[in-house]
Write a protein that binds this ligand. Sequence first.
Ligand SMILES: NC(=O)c1ccc[n+]([C@@H]2O[C@H](COP(=O)([O-])OP(=O)(O)OC[C@H]3O[C@@H](n4cnc5c(N)ncnc54)[C@H](O)[C@@H]3O)[C@@H](O)[C@H]2O)c1
Length: 464
Amino acid sequence: MSENWTRRDMLKSMGLASLGLSVTQLNAENFIKKQYYFNYDGDLPKPERKITAIIAGAGNRGNVYGNYALKHPDELDIVGVAEPIEIRRQRYAEKHEIPADKVFYTWEQLFEIPKFADAVIITTPDKLHYGPAMKALSMGYDLLLEKPIAQSWQQCKDILDLATENNRIVAVCHVLRYSPYYRKVKETIDSGVLGEIVSVQHMEPIQHEHMSHSYVRGNWRREEDNVPILLAKSCHDLDIMRWWLGKSCEYVSSFGSLKWFKEQNAPKGAPLRCTDGCPAEKECPYSALKIYYRNRTYLHHFDLPDDKNLWDEAIMKNLEEGPYGRCVYHCDNDVPDHQVVSMQFEDEITANFNMEAFTEYYGRRTRIMGTMGDLVGDETDLYIHNFRTGEVTQWNVHENADISSGHGGGDYGLARDFLHAVSKQDSSLLTSTLAASMESHLIGFKAEESRHTKKIVQVDIRKV
Ligand SMILES: NC(=O)c1ccc[n+]([C@@H]2O[C@H](COP(=O)([O-])OP(=O)(O)OC[C@H]3O[C@@H](n4cnc5c(N)ncnc54)[C@H](O)[C@@H]3O)[C@@H](O)[C@H]2O)c1
């Protein structure tokens, strides 16, 4: 308890001042109801029976949902896997004790045998969402579908039509909707304390090393293999803004480009790989030797041996031969490293979104302006300023939730809600249904149209 008060005092003196807020009263607990999720995902409703699921794609995300099954064996049993990379397939099959006849190389193969589980969890790369989603729905599986839904608006519509026709449950992994922090923002808006919402400013700081890992060297560096980065990285943000406001976006405009990570910005004499004796290696913030070898960060796509004593050699081999050792100025990347999106929502609400590679920090920054109050947040602390009373309420995520999974607890929150919805065969128990996720994807596709045509574009889900 005393620890909490110390922290609050510190925030009072430092945090609010840095956010430019005046403190009239901190923790007006009767305004924003305090609640503590002792075990955040554990406190959400459990499925009524154990759900069986097959994993298509045993990479990073496939393991996130797989680990949920290991943590909650009474709720989820992984009974099949499809994965082309041998070490991943083997590890996954062993971890979940999957019999050999339910272990497949590709998603196509797993659908060659009759339906053998309640659901398919689609965690394949972006360009392999449409195929398995359509096939799984046609065979009567429910779906936990990683974002983005698919690569084009037409494909998204096909999936929605088939899910509706076959009456299947599809949850899109817009995980932020399930985290305590984002739910608190939504609850604050819905409580009316801010009055009518007038405008929103929201920024996603990708963080510069993370940008280099995923969007310069890594899997999401090329648009044609994935989706535009606005959808690959920031469909969460478009979705969360649409969800908070509960209103439709009417018009969108967007600008952005790949400014920095290209050949002409390479330091003099930089070779194609950081391992080839780069003269700028020591001071380069994007040095692969620094990020992966010395700091041992962003290793989740490396398939390292279980024995950590072998890591030095394995990491170095990856850097010498694989995509992550390449100089960030000599990659085949084409996705923007900065993009802005301006939106006009119903009821004259304006919203602005920034996707930024060049930050030292993570944690989405949000400011929501209403007629009776404003909200400022950074994914950890929320400050709600009530114009009527002059009170400021502070809500800190660590003081209010015990978070045990990624995306601020959203990963396991989503998994639990999906399983609950499947067990009751009731998609209304989900917030991130396919239908609900479609409109935010449409904003993304239309923003890209605007960026390419340099025109303001109308967003009207009834007309597409
Ligand atoms: N919800 C989120 O916040 C979030 C976060 C990260 C990634 N994602 C999305 O999740 C998906 C997976 O991302 P990841 O980070 O796990 O990538 P990953 O590369 O770690 O995993 C994808 C796996 O799919 C496998 N695969 C490739 N072709 C296949 C095929 N034909 N059949 C079966 N499996 C195949 C790959 O070998 C790989 O192991 C992507 O669509 C990504 O955009 C979502």
